[in-house]
Every structure is written in structure tokens, then in C-alpha cells.
Ligand binder design. Sequence first.
Ligand code: NAP
Length: 546
Amino acid sequence: MLDTAEDCKAAVDSKYTRLDALVIGAGIAGIYQLYQLRELDLDVMCVDSAPDVGGTWYWNRYPGARLDSDGPLYQYIFSEELYKDWSWSERFPGQEEIEKWTHYVVDKLDLRKDMQFKTTVERAFFDELTKRWIVVTTEGEIFDTLYLITCCGMLSAPMTDVFHGQETFKGNIFHTARWPQDGVELEGKRVGVIGIGATGIQVIQTIADKVEKLKVFVRTPQYILPMKNPKYDEEDVAAYKSRFDEIQKVIPHTFAGVDYDLPFRWHDCTPEQRAQLLEDIYQDGSLKMWLGSFAEMYFDKDVSEEVSEFIRGKMRERLKDPKLIEMLVPSDYGFGIRRVPLETNYLETYHRPNVEAVSVKDNPIVEVVPEGIKLADGTVHELDIIVMATGFDAGSGALTRMDIRGREGRSLTDDWSRDIRTTMGLMIHGYPNLFTTAVPLAPSAALCNMTTCLQQQTEWIADCIHYLEDNGLSYIEPDENTESAWVEHHDETANANLISKTESWYLGANVPGKPRRVLSYTGGVGTYRKKCSEVAEAGYPGFTKR
Ligand code: NAP
């Protein structure tokens, strides 16, 4: 808003671009959204604060960063040619290969000419006179756009400033999602890793044999699954590509957007059958154990306990030291209730002489001091490098860290500091013509193969804009009661799930002051898709359009 003379002066000096649509974020969602809106013949641009495309795969270049969805399921499936002209070298590709794939897609679809990098959206406000969004960047540029689409990622607002005294540390602190492009010299260094989520685990297992000393600060233990990651030869690649039609047909409709569902019913199986099924699925070496076994583990405490005990047994077998078992094997929550990481020799890493697990459960980190990390009992762990694998302000953080103002000047940051609400994760009441992806109340990283969810969400958005254009409309906003009905359905589904009973980033519990709500839609990708399609097919009832 032009509040002061300085604002007016700055506005006059700014580069100004008028558009039909602006896409924020050049990751998995933004790339495809830009393509779709360009296909609609809209004047559209995509901006990103990073120097290049990739989104999460640009930023998360920490040692060991790797996909834990199967590569062939993670690709875009809207174009057979785009799918088949790319070949993965292994089942679970590493960050570098996925980043290259994003470049391949952007170049093949010739999207770069409509992308602008090193462009950070600072604020965006809905101008009630023109019914358009005015978007201002930190670089001082202004975009004036009819539609604003956020493709900012579910896990893109890193928790970087967590501990008192971080600025006093004499060594270097790196958050995993802000890892330097040139890498970090770890050889001969005393390194501390804080966090054993999916990220921390990948870092720990990768750097343990490179550093002089590795201290892992462990708070909540994690269930883990060993990854089986075969290299693909020509025959393997041909085999997965030959499944394109099947993949395209199946994955949009399953529970987690992958090529399997939750097919087994615990109570229909004998104890012997259950044990055999668990063992067989475990041997797949993928997230199938979590997203493709017994649905009851999400709802029934007894089933959850039995499946959890199976995994605990597998973990205990690999750990020699009872102290490590106590620290690293979860006991007070169920398998699959927090995000399950895939790993390779992660537990064995703790048996190395240069690796130490430091429990910070009852003796928490109180601050970072110049020498290293200080715990509540006064112990100081001296370090040269601190790796913060401390996660993200998931789902909402990317948007609340911008200043987004809707109708009557309402602030999304303020609104979501009280209650995080969306309409199907695609629009927000009070924010007309603002479309969102990877935000709360839609399926997301928590329980979904992200590319599947993001393709569906961006397609819904493109269809909606197409509908508006076709019908001579230029304004859409979900009504308050439409949003309330979705929030209620979301909560009802989530509250029946054991996920809602355990603290984790799934509920926003890792961010001080964040209002609690299960962030991701837990009703399944297929169900969500159906509900979204029904709204579109009915001509968006419960949305104000003009
Ligand atoms: P995360 O799961 O939120 O883990 C953060 C870790 O930091 C937890 O172990 C947490 O402990 C710890 N932590 C935070 N504050 C702490 C404190 N004050 N003291 C001690 N420990 C503290 O974050 P993430 O590992 O970055 O993973 C986030 C999500 O990204 C994953 O769940 C997954 O969806 C996605 N991801 C995907 C891949 C992949 O596909 N390959 C890889 C990495 C990440 P508590 O648990 O006790 O809070």
C-alpha cells in the first residue's frame, strides 16, 4: 500500500509488470502451473527467490538429500513424452538428479522465458478498486495481476533461528534447507547434528565417515524403514516406462498418490498372515510399509501397537547397545503417526567410534554458546559445525512469512496466527482470486507423494481459471460457510486418526505459538480429488463469482 511519500516515490521508481496471472515458486507445483496457465493463453509469469528452478530440490542440497518416493512415481504424468524422455538412474534418486530433472522439464516445456529468479515476494495486497493483486518484491518490483497463485511448497520455511545464542557461535551453523551451493568442508571437523527427522537421518548416515567427530542431539526417536535402492539398468528403465498408462491411471486415486493402496484389513487376517504380510511389505524397502499396508494402524490403538512392535523389533535387532535402543527406538507413539523416514545403515552409524548420540530429551539444549551446544545440566558440547536439521514451519510458514492482505485489508499472517483455515487447501475466504497449493487442509508431504497432489491441485486451479475466463468472469472467492464446511470435514477426518493425538510438525507442534490443527488432509488423495472435482463439475457452488 502506498502509505507514505516514500512509498509513492519507491512505486514510481519500481519496475511494474501487469499480468493475468503470477505464480510464486518455481518448484514442482510452480513449473506445472506456469505451463498450464500458458496453455490457457494467459499472460503469466513465475517468480522465485532462488537463483534457479527446483524449489525444495534447489534448496535442500545437504549431504545425503534423496527422494524417498519411487522416482518413476514422482514424475509428472500429464505428458507421456515428458515422462518417457527422462530416465532415472536408481529407484530413489538423489537431490542432484532430481534437480536436473526439474531443469529437463523446464527446458523441454520452454518455460524459462516466463520465469524470473532471485525475486522474493515481500507482500501482496488485493486492490478492491481494480479487483487485482498488487505484489511487491524485496527487490522493489511490482506485479499487478488478476490471479495470484502460490506454489511455495509445504516444507519451505525453515526453522533456522531456534536457539538462543546462535549468533555467538564461533564455528558455522547451517540449516539443511539452506545448505551452501558449494558444499561445506566437513573433513576433520567436530560436527553436531540437531534433529533426526527424515532430513537429519539422511545427513547423519552420509557424513559420519567424513567428519572427525559427530554428535547427534536426539530428542524424539523415529521409526525408520531401510531403503532398498537398486540402480536402474536399461531394462529396468524400459520396464518402469512401460507402466506409464497404468501409473497415470492408478496413482491419482490411491490413498497416498502412489501405485499401491492400503489393501489389507487387520481383522480379516490370522496372526500368521499378518506377520507374513508385514515381513513381505517390509522387504519392499520403501514407504509401502507405512502407506500401503494396514489402514487400521491409523485408527486402532491395538493394531498400531502391533505394527509398531514389529518395526521396533527390526530396529532393536540392529542396535547393540541398550542405551542406544532406549534413545533411538520409539515407545510412546505409534508407527506412521509421524513421517516415516527411509534410511541406509542409519542405526549402524551410531556404532562407529566417532559418533555419539546425545540425549536431549530430559536434558534439553538451552543455548548455543561460542564453543558449541549447551545443555540444561550445563554440559557444553564443543563443535566446529552445527547442522540444524530442525525442520520447517510446514504448510502455512511460506505464506505467513510474506505479508498477504485480502479484502478489507485482512492479513493472512494474523488470520492464520489465530486459526489456519482454507477451502480444500486451494482458496481462502476473504482472499479473492488467490489460489494456493501445498497449504494446510489438503493432502501434502505428510501423507502424499507430492508430485501427485501438486499436479491435481494445479490442475484444479487451471480449470477454475479456465472456467472464469470462459464465462466472462474475473472474480472468485469461497464463501465463509463453504470454508467452514471443509474445515469441519477436514477436522472430523483428522481427529479420527491417531496422527491427531501425537505432537509433531503434522500438527504444527514444532512451531511456538502456531495454532494446532492436523495440517494435511487425512482422507486420502483419491477421496480429496473426487471432492475437488465435484465442486468444479458443479460450477463452484458456494463460491462468489462475478
Ligand atoms: P522434522 O521432521 O520436523 O524434524 C526436525 C527434527 O529436529 C526433529 O528430530 C526434532 O525433534 C528436532 N528438533 C527441532 N527442534 C529441536 C530442539 N529444540 N531440540 C532438539 N531437537 C529439535 O524436519 P525434517 O527432518 O527436515 O523433515 C521434514 C519433512 O520434510 C519430512 O517429514 C518429510 O516430509 C520431508 N522430507 C522428505 C525427504 C524425502 O522425501 N527424501 C527428506 C527429508 C525431508 P522432535 O521430533 O523432538 O521435535
